[in-house]
Each structure stands twice: as structure tokens, then as C-alpha cells.
Design a protein around this ligand. Structure first.
Ligand SMILES: Cc1noc(C)c1CN(C)Cc1cc2n(n1)CCN(c1cc(N)ncn1)C2
Length: 404
């Protein structure tokens, strides 16, 4: 997509850059190109001044306290609840989009902010809160989007620039991707009114001009260029923007560098062990992984998943269910992983995900093999045991992990 986009742009700039001799420019009428300001936040003087002082700090520039305090007063930060769906399948957060509150799935594994909209058929809208482009909304002429997810679900539509508020943090002109069509998995999930992508904007699907995520739009106005994720098992957690609340985690944060080359919050995970205390058996490296709030489960290399379920009595792969299942009465041991030199533990109870049917005999595993994915996905099963900092405040992106 990018290649096609890039070559089109090249072609366009090539024709534009060939100056037509005056004689050929006949019948030229004046024309307007509407500039739609999108991906912007309210500009602020003290913040701009503080950035200048910070830029020249290495040669001794020091911002006067009045500039620091004025900038801090103007910078944004905020917190929003993350409410679990049934079985913690996803976590939905209330977001004000163009004046309407929608419940969105915040997804660090994708980069589109898309919403159920009045452009969909009435039957598809049924049961959902929907976005109706407000009087302040400006349609991005000619823009469209089309996204598909790992499970085959997807959506598509057109794009508006509108006001979006998350936990008090305001993007005055954010790209809001209004759905005209969504797959059945979404129409059926009436709690879910769309997604708010928090991966890198390099994988945003809007064409012909790619748009920024909410975080990228507001990042420069945040007190700190970061957001934190504190999902919980069976109860509301939080997404915080612009600050770290140290009361939300235990011990110390360990930071690892992020590889954002694929648009994800990618990092390298180390060794692992199964069980608690000295009963645990430690083994090889997990390797490349992503932190993905939009994925429900924990997808590990097949050898790791196999080593885990060797410790769960009656566990087997059930192809009809699509993965490891086991008797709901079986004990599921802790899963421990080394990240940045720190051992992080997922309590065994989180790895008994849910019964496969009403009989409650067989339960589906929270750990599954990453067959066909090619890297490890630390989804909600892992994340609900942790406090994670998605940090762009130090020049290059990094992730901070601690247990809750
Ligand atoms: C299925 C399913 N999975 O989670 C939810 C929620 C559902 C059900 N739900 C009703 C439908 C649905 C399907 C998806 N979502 N929601 C969220 C985005 N999806 C992702 C995101 C991502 N980072 N990685 C993979 N898929 C796929």
C-alpha cells in the first residue's frame, strides 16, 4: 500500500514539478484547495516556548519558572476507564466523538480511530451508539479507509475531522473514520461502537492521505509524551495519557526498547518458566513480541505453549475449538516471562480463559500457539496482570513493564 501510495505521490509531484511553458497555461481559472486542518490540538504559547528552551538546553538554555509553570498549566493529561466485556474479551472506554459518547476498544495493535456511524444501514446501527458528523465536522474530501484484523473481522468507510475527547484530553481536529460497512463480528458486539487505534500512525489505513492516531495528534500537548495501560481481570481498569500514576503498580518499572518498524509496539521477550516458586521449569527465549490491547489472548511460540500445557492435566489441542482446551477442573500454573531482566508473572487463574460451552466441562486456554502469526502477541491475558507504559518521551519509543 505504501509503495503504491508513494509511487503515486512521486508521479503527482513529477507532473507538478514540470513547469508548463506560459503559452500552454491557457484558460486557467483560479482554483481553491480547501485546507482541512486535521490531526491538530489547540496551539499554546508557553508550550512552544518551553520546547524552544528544551531544544537549546544542551547549550545552557534554561526556561524561566514562569514559562515552566505556564506550560505545565497548559499541557494536557487525563484518565479514562477501561470497562471489560464478558470474559474480558475486550475493554471498552467512553470517548466523546463530535459531541456523542461512544464506547471504543482502545487497540495498541492498530492505528485507525473508526466508529459506527449514521452512514451505515439502520439494521447495522441497531444497538450501538453512533457517530453523526457534527456541525463542526469537516469531511476529508476523497478520503477512505478499509481495515481488516487478524480474526478476519473488518470495517471500511469515509473520514471526517472532528473534536475527540478522551478522559479530558482534547484533540480539536482528529481524523474520525466513519464506518459505512462493518463485518458481522462487530455488528453482533453491541457494546462495541468502534476502535481507537494506539499503534503507530505508519499503519493507519486512510487513503490517499494517511492520518494520525489520537495519541499522535495530542502527543505534543501532553505533559509527558506517553500513555499507560492498566487493564484488570473482570473489573474496570484505566488508560492514562500524559503521566504515570505510580500507585497503579508494584515494584519498579523495567523499560525495553521498541521496534516500531512494523507499526506495532514491538519488543524482544526473554526466557520463560511455568509454575510458581521452585516448581517452575525455565526454558529458551520467546523472542520478538508485541504489546497488543486489542487481542484477547496470549499467543506464544508453539514450543512454549506446548511446554505450558504439559503442566495442565487433560490439556489437548481441540481443532474444533481452534486451540488448547482442558477440563475446567484442572489447575492452570502461573506463566513467568523475563522482560528486560525482570521476571513478570501471569497468575495461573488468568490462563483458564472461559468454558467452551454451557456444559462448563471443557475450558479454553488463555495461552495459545502463535501459529501463522510469526511473533508473540502479549494480549489482554498478559496485560491484565501488568501496568504498561507506552512511552515516546525519550526520543525513541520504549515500553515500561511492572506488575500491578
Ligand atoms: C473476536 C474478538 N476479538 O476481540 C474481540 C473484542 C472480539 C469480538 N468482537 C465483537 C469483534 C472484534 C474483532 C476484533 N475486535 N473486535 C477488535 C479488533 N480486532 C483485533 C485487534 C487486534 N489488535 N488484533 C486482533 N484483532 C478484531
Amino acid at each position: 500500500m505504501h509503495f503504491i501510495y508513494a509511487s503515486t505521490a512521486l508521479l503527482a509531484s513529477a507532473t507538478l514539478s514540470i513547469a508548463a511553458p506560459a503559452a500552454d497555461v491557457v484558460g486557467r481559472k483560479t482554483f481553491q484547495v480547501a485546507q482541512v486542518a486535521h490531526g491538530t490540538v489547540r496551539k499554546n504559547g508557553p508550550i512552544q516556548m518551553l520546547k524552544t528552551y528544551e531544544k537549546y538546553a544542551k547549550v545552557g538554555a534554561q526556561a524561566p519558572p514562569s514559562v515552566v509553570s505556564a506550560a505545565r498549566a497548559a499541557s494536557q493529561s487525563g484518565s479514562v476507564a477501561a470497562n471489560p466485556e464478558e470474559n474480558d474479551q475486550a475493554y471498552l472506554c467512553p470517548v466523546n466523538v463530535g459531541g456523542t459518547t461512544l464506547n471504543l476498544d482502545f487497540d495498541t495493535g492498530s492505528a485507525d480511530l473508526w466508529v459506527f456511524s449514521s452512514l451505515m444501514t439502520k439494521s447495522e446501527q441497531a444497538g450501538h451508539s453512533i457517530y453523526k458528523p457534527s456541525s463542526s465536522a469537516k469531511e476529508l474530501q476523497g478520503a477512505s479507509w478499509n481495515i481488516s484484523y487478524g480474526d478476519g473481522s473488518g470495517a471500511s468507510g469515509t473520514v471526517y475531522a472532528d473534536k475527540v475527547v478522551v478522559g479530558g484530553v482534547t484533540a480539536t481536529s482528529q481524523a474520525v473514520e466513519a464506518a459505512t460497512s462493518v463485518s458481522a463480528q462487530f455488528t453482533q458486539d453491541q457494546d462495541n461502537d468502534g476502535l481507537l487505534g494506539l499503534a503507530f500512525s505508519s499503519i493507519n489505513t486512510v487513503q490517499p492521505e494517511q492520518q494520525t492516531t489520537f495519541f499522535d495528534t495530542v502527543k505534543s500537548s501532553l505533559a509527558k509524551k506517553l500513555f499507560t495501560v492498566d487493564l484488570k481481570a473482570g473489573e474496570a481498569g484505566t488508560y492514562d495519557f500524559g503521566y504515570i500514576d505510580s500507585s497503579k503498580y508494584t515494584g519498579s518499572l523495567v523499560y525495553v526498547p521498541v521496534d516500531d518498524s512494523q507499526g506495532f509496539w514491538g519488543f524482544t521477550a526473554g526466557g520463560y518458566s511455568v509454575g510458581s516458586g521452585n516448581s517452575s521449569t525455565s526454558s529458551g527465549n520467546i523472542g520478538s513480541a508485541i504489546a497488543d490491547t486489542g487481542t484477547t489472548l496470549l499467543y506464544l511460540p508453539t514450543s512454549v505453549a506446548s511446554a505450558y500445557y504439559k503442566k495442565v492435566s487433560g490439556a489437548k489441542i481441540d481443532n474444533q475449538q481452534g486451540g488448547y482446551v482442558f477440563p475446567c477442573s484442572s489447575k492452570t500454573p502461573d506463566f513467568n516471562v523475563n522482560i528486560g531482566g525482570k521476571t513478570l508473572t501471569v497468575p495461573g487463574k488468568y490462563i483458564n480463559y472461559a468454558p467452551v460451552d454451557q456444559s462448563g466441562q471443557q475450558c479454553f486456554g488463555g495461552i495459545q500457539p502463535n501459529t501463522g502469526i510469526g511473533f508473540t502477541i502479549f494480549g489482554d491475558i498478559f496485560l491484565k496482570a501488568m501496568f504498561v507504559v507506552f512511552d515516546e518521551s525519550t526520543g525513541s519509543p520504549r515500553l515500561g513493564f511492572a506488575e500491578q
